[in-house]
Design a protein around this ligand. Structure first.
Ligand SMILES: Nc1ncnc2c1ncn2[C@@H]1O[C@H](COP(=O)(O)OP(=O)(O)OP(=O)(O)O)[C@@H](O)[C@H]1O
Ligand SMILES: [Mg+2]
Length: 209
């Protein structure tokens, strides 16, 4: 079993969106694997998304009321192959625990100056947990100068995944319906980007995606 934690102290950068996208992309890439989603955010956005779905996969691993520590041993015993953990914004013990338990931590960020300023915390966390900073640039405007600058800056500050996720209406629209763009518009540009992101993430995890 491998665990991906999606972590960013900044709010609204796409943590929940990318958690849903990676989990569904993993299922499309390898049908039959057991993928679990974990919502450690008291806001419950991931749980709300899952409740809007009429599909049971990826499975939502419900946390006991008020408990935001993920039960890794329980998930392993239950036979999951892949777990994707969605974290709340801000610094917290919840975030620290989720990072400590992960095989891979992905740090989504938007392309703006404010977004990039907010990833300084990643330096501190990376030192504390001896982890590589794997950045995912999300909500980039296609071919914008802002996105180009963000790619350069993030490449200097850590490992930026090659696949940029652009701002796409299909991504937000699908979320409203309890789907991801991969499911709602499988031949669209958003789905292509998210599938390519999963291929890259899968390779980082050392598994054939
Ligand atoms: N690539 C994208 N294109 C278009 N809309 C996006 C994209 N990524 C995220 N969004 C939208 O941006 C908003 C914030 O995304 P999301 O909820 O995933 O962020 P978050 O980091 O989980 O936020 P929070 O910190 O509140 O948990 C949502 O409305 C989502 O639909
Ligand atoms: Mg969220």
């Amino acid at each position: 079993m491998q665990i991906i934690t999606i972590a960013a102290t900044k709010g609204g950068v796409g943590k929940t969106t990318l958690a849903t996208a990676l989990a569904t992309a993993a299922l499309v890439a390898r049908p039959g694997i057991r993928v679990g989603l974990v919502d450690l955010d008291p806001q419950g956005s991931l749980t709300d998304w899952w409740n809007r779905r009429d599909k049971r996969e990826p499975q939502l691993l419900r946390q006991p009321e008020g408990d935001f520590r993920f039960d890794t041993a329980g998930a392993r015993a239950a036979g999951f192959d892949l777990i994707v953990i969605d974290c709340p914004p801000g610094f917290s013990d919840i975030l620290a625990d989720a990072i400590a338990t992960a095989d891979l931590v992905l740090i989504p960020t938007g392309p703006s100056m404010i977004d990039l300023d907010a990833i300084e915390w990643a330096e501190t966390l990376a030192e504390t947990f001896s982890m590589t900073r794997h950045f995912v640039l999300n909500q980039a405007i296609y071919r914008s100068r802002l996105a180009g600058r963000a790619v350069r800056e993030l490449s200097e500050r850590g490992h930026l995944l090659r696949q940029v996720v652009h701002h796409r209406v299909a991504i937000a629209e699908a979320m409203r319906k309890g789907l991801t763009a991969i499911e709602a518009e499988p031949t669209g540009a958003a789905a292509r980007e998210l599938a390519a992101l999963w291929a890259e993430v899968g390779a980082l995890l050392g598994r054939v995606p």
